[in-house]
Design a protein around this ligand. Structure first.
Ligand code: ADP
Length: 280
């Protein structure tokens, strides 16, 4: 096709070889889909997903979260949602956070929230397909996908099958040094997925008594690594015991997300700009 930039994610043309995306049901329309990825588990990817969703929601956007971290789902717990998903023959209804964020997670289908999910990749992939296609998302401005950590089979399925607008990469300072983040980034590049930027979580800790900033993992590497890979540094998040407590209490929406306001505006502008370019 003339003018093809080989980025099938930003193109509506149905040319041969174009990816075959999962299809949303007719009652749902999602404006932007953002994946939140990390090179490995435990770096705060789910917490970041929940905070981003909360920050967008507080600014009036209609937001949903698809918890695709099927073997380590933690989204429902951080929002304090326990009621199971309900459905009819062909549609599944999401659960709602206290502030109205739509949530879908495998944990909302398990009998006990600590039941393990011992599924192989293709089964996990079909669960995600159902979560995307069969859930009554209705009109959403933003769907955030809490991706499985790393660059495995399921992440690959999502990259190939969900029309992502882009991904936010979450890392800790140590992983930035170890370049674990580089693998996630290169995977996104290889799949023609835009990298919207990099968040350095657990970047520092503020002494509650004297406000001194401590960097337990050494000086931040965010700007250096963002420059190395030519991506946007989105910001640094401190280690904050209050955040951990609110996650444990299922009250993450109580966390003050005003430090993310600028990020919300800039991500929204970037994605709206992409839509305009697509229409040209
Ligand atoms: P991942 O999704 O990368 O596996 P999580 O988001 O589940 O990681 O975070 C792992 C644990 O660390 C959770 O208990 C979470 O509440 C906690 N956590 C994440 N980020 C922070 C932070 N900045 N400050 C304090 N605790 C954090």
């Amino acid at each position: 096709m003339a003018g093809c930039d080989h980025n099938c994610n930003t193109c509506g043309s149905k040319c041969e070889g174009a990816p075959k995306y999962f299809k949303l049901n007719e009652a749902s329309h999602i404006k932007h889909i953002v994946g939140v990825v990390s090179g490995k588990g435990g770096v705060g990817k789910s917490a970041t997903t929940a905070l981003l969703a909360t920050a967008f929601n507080k600014q009036g956007y209609k937001v949903g979260i698809l918890d695709a971290d099927i073997t380590g789902p933690s989204i429902p717990k951080s929002f304090g949602v326990k009621d199971g998903l309900k459905g009819s023959k062909s549609i599944m209804y999401p659960q709602f956070s206290k502030n109205g964020i739509k949530l879908v997670s495998i944990n909302l289908l398990l009998q006990h929230e600590d039941d393990p999910v011992l599924w192989r990749g293709p089964v996990v992939g079909s669960a995600i397909k159902q979560f995307y296609e069969d859930v009554l998302w209705e009109d959403l401005d933003y769907l955030f996908i809490d991706m499985p950590p790393g660059t495995g089979d399921v992440a690959l399925t999502i990259f190939q099958s969900v029309p992502l607008d882009g991904v936010v990469i979450v890392s800790t300072p140590q992983d930035l040094v170890a370049m674990i983040v580089g693998k996630a980034l290169k995977m996104a590049n290889m799949m023609n997925i835009s990298v919207l930027g990099l968040v350095e979580n657990m970047s520092y800790i503020k002494c509650p008594n004297c406000d001194t900033i401590l960097e337990p993992f050494g000086p931040s590497k965010l700007d250096e690594v963002a420059k190395l890979y030519n991506i946007t540094p989105l910001g640094k998040m401190p280690i904050d015991p209050k955040l951990a407590t609110l996650v444990d209490q299922g009250e993450i929406e109580q966390y003050d997300t005003s430090f993310l306001n600028e990020l919300v505006t800039s991500l929204n502008n970037t994605l709206e700009h992409k839509i305009k370019l697509k229409r040209l």
